[in-house]
Write a protein that binds this ligand. Structure first.
Ligand code: FES
Ligand code: FES
Length: 153
């Protein structure tokens, strides 16, 4: 079996994986980082979004071996100790979640948006989130949270 090595949340990790192992499986099953969720098997829901070399990506849509040598950040790597990342704090303050299943992926996508387009309009925020499905919130509070984080990040 191939061995894959990458940096996850600042720590160098490696593991033996089958060639067909998805990155999300490697994160959840080998590294026990279960904050990254799997909500579909069609690459649509965005619950699995992580950052790879600083860009958001669906970790269900790539193989672990494709992440060889990359820097991966998962939802577990966002907070600074007990201090929430400003995007996590904004989701909390604005009730941008209900069941929470979509939330890790939403937060990771939203952080990438605010870094790339700090002044994104409401319309641009909604367009950016088209790859992240939420069945609970109706998106309004998610958008408010992201607008808040545009000020605090
Ligand atoms: S698990 Fe649904 S897009 Fe990755
Ligand atoms: S909060 Fe339940 S799916 Fe988004």
């Amino acid at each position: 079996m191939p061995t894959v090595t990458m940096t996850v949340n600042g720590k160098k990790v490696s593991g033996e994986v089958e060639a067909r192992t998805l990155l999300v499986q490697f994160l959840r099953e080998n590294l026990h980082l279960t904050g990254t969720h799997v909500g579909c098997d069609t690459s649509q829901c965005g619950a699995c979004v992580v950052h790879i070399n600083g860009d958001s990506a669906k970790s269900c849509s790539m193989l672990a071996v494709q992440a060889e040598g990359t820097e991966v950040t998962t939802i577990e790597g966002l907070a600074n100790g007990d201090e929430l990342h400003p995007m996590q704090a904004a989701f909390k303050e604005h009730h941008g979640l209900q069941c929470g299943f979509c939330t890790p992926g939403m937060v990771m996508s939203a952080v990438d948006l605010v870094k790339k387009k700090p002044k994104a309009s409401e319309h641009e925020i909604r367009e950016w989130l088209e790859g992240n499905i939420c069945r609970c919130t109706g998106y309004h509070n998610i958008v408010k949270a992201i607008q808040h984080a545009q000020q605090t990040m």
